[in-house]
Design a protein around this ligand. Structure first.
Ligand SMILES: [Zn+2]
Length: 303
Protein backbone atom coordinates (compact mmCIF):
# COMPACT_ATOMS: atom_id res chain seq x y z
CA UNK A 1 0.00 0.00 0.00
CA UNK A 2 1.90 3.05 -1.23
CA UNK A 3 0.94 6.60 -0.57
CA UNK A 4 2.35 9.76 -2.04
CA UNK A 5 5.53 10.91 -0.34
CA UNK A 6 4.61 13.42 2.28
CA UNK A 7 7.03 14.74 4.85
CA UNK A 8 5.57 16.16 7.98
CA UNK A 9 7.51 18.98 9.61
CA UNK A 10 7.02 19.60 13.32
CA UNK A 11 9.00 22.26 15.17
CA UNK A 12 11.22 22.53 12.06
CA UNK A 13 12.12 18.86 12.27
CA UNK A 14 11.03 16.40 9.64
CA UNK A 15 9.23 13.48 11.14
CA UNK A 16 10.99 10.26 10.19
CA UNK A 17 10.18 6.74 11.36
CA UNK A 18 7.53 7.81 13.86
CA UNK A 19 6.75 5.04 16.34
CA UNK A 20 3.17 4.09 17.21
CA UNK A 21 2.38 1.74 20.03
CA UNK A 22 -0.86 -0.20 19.73
CA UNK A 23 -2.62 -2.98 21.57
CA UNK A 24 -5.94 -4.07 22.99
CA UNK A 25 -6.85 -2.36 26.28
CA UNK A 26 -4.74 -3.68 29.16
CA UNK A 27 -2.20 -5.35 26.90
CA UNK A 28 0.74 -3.25 28.07
CA UNK A 29 0.91 -0.71 25.23
CA UNK A 30 0.87 2.04 27.87
CA UNK A 31 4.02 0.59 29.47
CA UNK A 32 5.93 0.66 26.19
CA UNK A 33 4.64 4.15 25.48
CA UNK A 34 5.92 5.42 28.81
CA UNK A 35 9.32 3.77 28.33
CA UNK A 36 9.68 5.31 24.88
CA UNK A 37 8.64 8.70 26.20
CA UNK A 38 11.40 8.49 28.82
CA UNK A 39 13.99 7.81 26.10
CA UNK A 40 16.22 10.74 25.18
CA UNK A 41 15.24 12.81 22.14
CA UNK A 42 11.92 11.01 21.78
CA UNK A 43 8.68 12.94 21.90
CA UNK A 44 5.91 10.47 22.60
CA UNK A 45 2.43 11.85 23.05
CA UNK A 46 -0.21 9.96 25.04
CA UNK A 47 -3.68 11.34 24.60
CA UNK A 48 -3.16 14.72 22.95
CA UNK A 49 -6.65 16.13 22.34
CA UNK A 50 -6.16 16.49 18.56
CA UNK A 51 -4.99 12.89 18.35
CA UNK A 52 -7.69 11.53 20.64
CA UNK A 53 -10.39 13.21 18.58
CA UNK A 54 -9.11 11.50 15.45
CA UNK A 55 -8.57 8.14 17.15
CA UNK A 56 -12.07 8.31 18.53
CA UNK A 57 -13.55 9.09 15.13
CA UNK A 58 -11.72 6.14 13.55
CA UNK A 59 -12.70 3.80 16.36
CA UNK A 60 -16.35 4.78 16.45
CA UNK A 61 -17.09 5.67 12.83
CA UNK A 62 -14.75 3.63 10.66
CA UNK A 63 -17.23 3.87 7.78
CA UNK A 64 -16.47 7.59 7.55
CA UNK A 65 -12.97 6.79 6.29
CA UNK A 66 -13.52 3.51 4.48
CA UNK A 67 -12.35 3.57 0.89
CA UNK A 68 -10.90 7.03 1.31
CA UNK A 69 -7.32 6.33 2.40
CA UNK A 70 -5.92 9.63 1.11
CA UNK A 71 -8.43 11.67 3.07
CA UNK A 72 -7.94 9.51 6.16
CA UNK A 73 -4.17 9.91 5.91
CA UNK A 74 -4.50 13.68 5.67
CA UNK A 75 -6.72 13.78 8.76
CA UNK A 76 -4.21 11.69 10.70
CA UNK A 77 -1.21 13.75 9.62
CA UNK A 78 -3.00 16.96 10.62
CA UNK A 79 -3.84 15.51 14.03
CA UNK A 80 -0.21 14.62 14.69
CA UNK A 81 1.15 17.85 13.23
CA UNK A 82 -0.83 19.52 15.97
CA UNK A 83 -0.33 16.92 18.68
CA UNK A 84 3.46 16.71 18.34
CA UNK A 85 3.96 20.48 18.33
CA UNK A 86 6.22 21.43 21.23
CA UNK A 87 5.40 24.75 22.85
CA UNK A 88 5.20 26.22 26.30
CA UNK A 89 1.66 24.84 26.51
CA UNK A 90 2.12 21.54 24.70
CA UNK A 91 1.45 19.10 27.51
CA UNK A 92 -1.21 21.18 29.20
CA UNK A 93 -4.17 19.41 27.67
CA UNK A 94 -2.60 15.96 27.64
CA UNK A 95 -3.84 13.04 29.68
CA UNK A 96 -2.58 12.60 33.21
CA UNK A 97 -0.65 9.52 31.96
CA UNK A 98 1.26 11.63 29.45
CA UNK A 99 2.27 14.20 32.03
CA UNK A 100 3.26 11.56 34.54
CA UNK A 101 5.28 9.66 31.91
CA UNK A 102 7.20 12.86 31.21
CA UNK A 103 7.97 13.19 34.90
CA UNK A 104 5.85 16.33 35.19
CA UNK A 105 3.97 16.93 38.44
CA UNK A 106 0.20 16.99 37.96
CA UNK A 107 0.02 20.78 38.25
CA UNK A 108 3.11 21.60 36.19
CA UNK A 109 2.94 23.73 33.09
CA UNK A 110 4.37 21.92 30.01
CA UNK A 111 6.12 21.17 27.75
CA UNK A 112 6.66 17.48 28.40
CA UNK A 113 9.79 17.30 26.26
CA UNK A 114 12.94 19.31 25.74
CA UNK A 115 13.11 20.85 22.30
CA UNK A 116 16.87 20.57 22.39
CA UNK A 117 17.97 17.16 21.19
CA UNK A 118 14.48 16.29 20.00
CA UNK A 119 14.77 13.92 17.08
CA UNK A 120 11.96 11.44 17.03
CA UNK A 121 8.20 11.37 17.43
CA UNK A 122 5.77 8.74 18.52
CA UNK A 123 2.37 8.19 20.03
CA UNK A 124 0.88 5.71 22.44
CA UNK A 125 -2.63 7.06 22.89
CA UNK A 126 -5.29 4.69 24.16
CA UNK A 127 -7.27 3.00 21.38
CA UNK A 128 -4.69 4.02 18.75
CA UNK A 129 -5.03 0.43 17.54
CA UNK A 130 -8.19 1.36 15.62
CA UNK A 131 -6.10 3.64 13.39
CA UNK A 132 -3.22 1.20 12.90
CA UNK A 133 -3.85 0.52 9.23
CA UNK A 134 -4.52 4.17 8.42
CA UNK A 135 -1.35 5.19 10.30
CA UNK A 136 0.80 3.12 7.98
CA UNK A 137 -0.79 4.92 5.05
CA UNK A 138 -0.37 8.36 6.60
CA UNK A 139 3.26 7.61 7.54
CA UNK A 140 4.71 5.09 5.10
CA UNK A 141 7.94 4.86 7.13
CA UNK A 142 6.15 4.42 10.47
CA UNK A 143 7.29 1.81 12.96
CA UNK A 144 4.39 0.03 14.62
CA UNK A 145 4.87 -1.71 17.95
CA UNK A 146 2.01 -4.03 18.77
CA UNK A 147 1.70 -5.49 22.23
CA UNK A 148 -0.04 -8.81 22.67
CA UNK A 149 -1.11 -10.36 25.94
CA UNK A 150 -2.88 -13.55 26.97
CA UNK A 151 -6.60 -13.14 26.26
CA UNK A 152 -7.53 -14.46 29.70
CA UNK A 153 -5.53 -11.75 31.45
CA UNK A 154 -6.73 -9.04 29.08
CA UNK A 155 -10.37 -9.97 29.54
CA UNK A 156 -9.97 -10.16 33.33
CA UNK A 157 -8.34 -6.70 33.39
CA UNK A 158 -10.98 -5.22 31.10
CA UNK A 159 -13.76 -6.55 33.33
CA UNK A 160 -12.16 -4.80 36.29
CA UNK A 161 -11.86 -1.46 34.46
CA UNK A 162 -15.00 0.70 34.74
CA UNK A 163 -13.91 2.94 31.87
CA UNK A 164 -13.53 0.03 29.46
CA UNK A 165 -16.80 -1.50 30.65
CA UNK A 166 -18.69 1.78 30.24
CA UNK A 167 -18.22 1.46 26.44
CA UNK A 168 -20.73 -1.39 26.55
CA UNK A 169 -23.53 0.89 27.74
CA UNK A 170 -26.53 0.64 25.40
CA UNK A 171 -26.32 4.36 24.66
CA UNK A 172 -22.75 3.87 23.39
CA UNK A 173 -23.17 0.69 21.38
CA UNK A 174 -23.52 1.60 17.70
CA UNK A 175 -23.75 -1.80 16.07
CA UNK A 176 -26.78 -0.81 14.02
CA UNK A 177 -25.09 2.11 12.33
CA UNK A 178 -21.53 0.73 12.16
CA UNK A 179 -20.99 -2.73 10.75
CA UNK A 180 -18.48 -4.29 10.71
CA UNK A 181 -17.49 -2.73 14.00
CA UNK A 182 -13.79 -3.04 14.91
CA UNK A 183 -14.25 -1.28 18.22
CA UNK A 184 -16.53 -4.04 19.47
CA UNK A 185 -14.70 -6.71 17.49
CA UNK A 186 -17.77 -7.48 15.40
CA UNK A 187 -16.79 -8.72 11.97
CA UNK A 188 -19.54 -11.03 10.72
CA UNK A 189 -23.31 -11.23 10.78
CA UNK A 190 -22.91 -14.13 13.20
CA UNK A 191 -20.95 -11.92 15.60
CA UNK A 192 -23.63 -9.28 15.39
CA UNK A 193 -26.34 -11.81 16.03
CA UNK A 194 -24.79 -13.39 19.14
CA UNK A 195 -23.54 -10.13 20.63
CA UNK A 196 -26.73 -9.19 22.56
CA UNK A 197 -26.61 -12.53 24.38
CA UNK A 198 -22.92 -12.44 25.26
CA UNK A 199 -21.74 -12.01 28.84
CA UNK A 200 -19.48 -9.04 29.62
CA UNK A 201 -16.49 -11.42 29.39
CA UNK A 202 -17.65 -12.55 25.96
CA UNK A 203 -17.90 -8.96 24.79
CA UNK A 204 -14.37 -8.26 26.03
CA UNK A 205 -13.19 -11.45 24.33
CA UNK A 206 -14.42 -10.14 20.98
CA UNK A 207 -12.44 -6.93 21.44
CA UNK A 208 -9.30 -8.94 22.25
CA UNK A 209 -9.88 -11.26 19.29
CA UNK A 210 -10.11 -8.32 16.91
CA UNK A 211 -6.73 -7.00 18.09
CA UNK A 212 -5.14 -10.39 17.42
CA UNK A 213 -6.68 -10.60 13.97
CA UNK A 214 -5.43 -7.10 13.24
CA UNK A 215 -1.91 -8.22 14.22
CA UNK A 216 -2.12 -11.00 11.65
CA UNK A 217 -3.32 -8.56 8.98
CA UNK A 218 -0.52 -6.12 9.74
CA UNK A 219 2.02 -8.94 9.51
CA UNK A 220 0.80 -9.64 6.00
CA UNK A 221 0.76 -6.05 4.84
CA UNK A 222 3.90 -4.61 6.46
CA UNK A 223 7.55 -5.52 5.97
CA UNK A 224 9.21 -7.05 9.05
CA UNK A 225 11.20 -3.87 9.70
CA UNK A 226 8.01 -1.90 10.19
CA UNK A 227 6.11 -4.06 12.66
CA UNK A 228 7.29 -5.42 15.95
CA UNK A 229 5.06 -7.63 18.03
CA UNK A 230 5.97 -7.73 21.69
CA UNK A 231 4.42 -10.12 24.14
CA UNK A 232 3.50 -8.63 27.45
CA UNK A 233 4.57 -11.89 29.10
CA UNK A 234 8.09 -11.62 27.59
CA UNK A 235 8.31 -8.03 28.70
CA UNK A 236 7.56 -9.12 32.26
CA UNK A 237 9.66 -12.31 32.34
CA UNK A 238 12.66 -11.18 30.27
CA UNK A 239 12.51 -7.39 30.28
CA UNK A 240 16.12 -6.88 29.20
CA UNK A 241 15.79 -9.06 26.12
CA UNK A 242 12.48 -7.46 25.15
CA UNK A 243 13.89 -3.96 25.66
CA UNK A 244 17.01 -4.71 23.60
CA UNK A 245 14.75 -5.95 20.84
CA UNK A 246 12.57 -2.84 21.08
CA UNK A 247 15.61 -0.55 21.07
CA UNK A 248 16.92 -2.17 17.90
CA UNK A 249 13.53 -1.88 16.24
CA UNK A 250 12.90 1.76 17.14
CA UNK A 251 16.51 2.85 16.66
CA UNK A 252 16.74 4.41 20.10
CA UNK A 253 17.96 3.28 23.50
CA UNK A 254 14.60 2.64 25.16
CA UNK A 255 14.58 3.64 28.78
CA UNK A 256 14.44 0.47 30.87
CA UNK A 257 13.96 1.50 34.50
CA UNK A 258 10.14 1.55 34.58
CA UNK A 259 9.70 -1.70 32.75
CA UNK A 260 12.26 -3.47 34.96
CA UNK A 261 10.35 -2.20 38.02
CA UNK A 262 7.04 -3.35 36.62
CA UNK A 263 8.51 -6.76 35.76
CA UNK A 264 9.87 -7.17 39.27
CA UNK A 265 6.49 -6.27 40.80
CA UNK A 266 4.71 -8.67 38.47
CA UNK A 267 7.11 -11.53 39.38
CA UNK A 268 6.59 -10.84 43.09
CA UNK A 269 2.84 -10.80 42.60
CA UNK A 270 2.96 -14.13 40.81
CA UNK A 271 5.08 -15.64 43.59
CA UNK A 272 2.71 -14.36 46.28
CA UNK A 273 -0.33 -15.85 44.58
CA UNK A 274 -1.05 -19.12 46.35
CA UNK A 275 -3.03 -20.79 43.65
CA UNK A 276 -1.81 -20.14 40.17
CA UNK A 277 -4.48 -19.88 37.53
CA UNK A 278 -6.78 -17.50 35.77
CA UNK A 279 -8.51 -14.52 37.27
CA UNK A 280 -11.54 -15.52 35.19
CA UNK A 281 -14.35 -17.84 36.24
CA UNK A 282 -14.96 -21.11 34.39
CA UNK A 283 -17.97 -19.74 32.48
CA UNK A 284 -15.97 -16.77 31.28
CA UNK A 285 -13.08 -18.98 30.23
CA UNK A 286 -15.50 -21.21 28.34
CA UNK A 287 -16.92 -18.21 26.50
CA UNK A 288 -13.48 -16.84 25.66
CA UNK A 289 -12.41 -20.23 24.34
CA UNK A 290 -15.56 -20.53 22.27
CA UNK A 291 -15.17 -17.09 20.70
CA UNK A 292 -11.41 -16.82 20.41
CA UNK A 293 -10.06 -20.36 20.86
CA UNK A 294 -8.32 -20.28 17.51
CA UNK A 295 -6.55 -16.99 18.32
CA UNK A 296 -5.53 -18.22 21.78
CA UNK A 297 -4.08 -21.39 20.27
CA UNK A 298 -2.33 -19.59 17.43
CA UNK A 299 -0.53 -17.38 19.95
CA UNK A 300 0.28 -20.27 22.26
CA UNK A 301 -1.99 -19.03 25.07
CA UNK A 302 -4.34 -22.02 25.15
CA UNK A 303 -3.66 -24.23 28.14
ZN1 LIG B 1 1.78 15.29 27.16
Amino acid sequence: MASPRHILIVNSRSVHHPVFVVGAPHSGADLIGRALKASPGFHVTIGQPSVLRTVYAFARRPSMHQGRPQAAAAVIRDAFAQGWQVSAHSCLECTRECRAAAGLPADAVGPCVDLRGLERFGDASPDLIYCAEALTYAFPDARIVQVIRDGQDVVASMLADPVVMSWFRPSFVNMDTEFPNPFFGIETEDDREIWPRLSPAGRCALRWRWSVRLAARLHHSLPAGQLKTIRYEDLMSKPDDALADLSRFTGTAVSAAQIRDEARTSRNRARARRTPGSALGTDDIAQLTKLAGEELRRLGYAS
